[in-house]
Ligand binder design. Structure first.
Ligand SMILES: Cc1cc2nc3c(=O)[nH]c(=O)nc-3n(C[C@H](O)[C@H](O)[C@H](O)COP(=O)(O)OP(=O)(O)OC[C@H]3O[C@@H](n4cnc5c(N)ncnc54)[C@H](O)[C@@H]3O)c2cc1C
Length: 141
């Protein structure tokens, strides 16, 4: 596992799990520079130490990238209001967006918690609000 800083930013519990998993080797201040291969499969990665710029190759058979969070909201650019990092903006205590009848829930509108349970909670809110919106339309409100 390559960590760009000299420490983890993750929760203590997650760090504890990583540090106690025997087949995870942690490399701090390290960034992937190149994925190495034999033309068929991945055989390693070239890693650069961002403190002293030294390089080393690590033998691996797979490479998985997980850096930061980027909400998958490009589709709505110019349509739904979003903040500078792409999170959809919803009205306070609501999942309503700037367009009536369009509700946003889950990670695309949550830049703080980003958890399954909070996503499910706002999903429930959005479902109820959509139902109420349609019911109000039907009754001519
Ligand atoms: C590595 C990792 C570990 C995590 N661990 C935990 C944990 O331990 N506990 C926890 O509570 N949370 C955890 N989370 C966070 C949790 O997974 C998310 O908060 C949750 O899945 C958000 O739910 P969501 O429905 O908002 O988004 P998602 O689960 O991302 O669902 C969005 C769906 O929309 C689909 N989609 C995207 N674009 C389109 C499109 N244009 N058209 C149609 N469909 C589209 C996607 O394919 C996806 O199925 C973890 C997340 C990651 C990445």
């Amino acid at each position: 596992m390559l960590v760009r800083r000299d420490e983890f930013r993750a929760s203590k519990a997650m760090v504890h799990r990583v540090m106690n998993t025997p087949n995870i080797e942690v490399h701090y201040n390290s960034e992937a520079k190149e994925v190495l291969g034999d033309g068929q499969v991945v055989t390693g990665i070239r890693v650069v130490n961002n403190k002293d710029q030294s390089e080393k190759d690590i033998e691996v058979t797979g490479f998985f990238v997980a850096i930061g969070h980027k909400p998958n909201t490009e589709l709505f650019t110019g349509v739904l209001d979003m903040d500078e990092t792409g999170y959809l903006i919803t009205k306070p205590d609501s999942t309503a967006t700037n367009i009536p009848g369009v509700f946003a829930c889950g990670d695309v509108q949550d830049n703080i918690f980003r958890q399954a349970i909070t996503a499910a909670g706002t999903g429930c809110m959005a479902a109820l609000e959509a139902e109420r919106y349609l019911a109000a339309k039907e009754s001519g409100e």
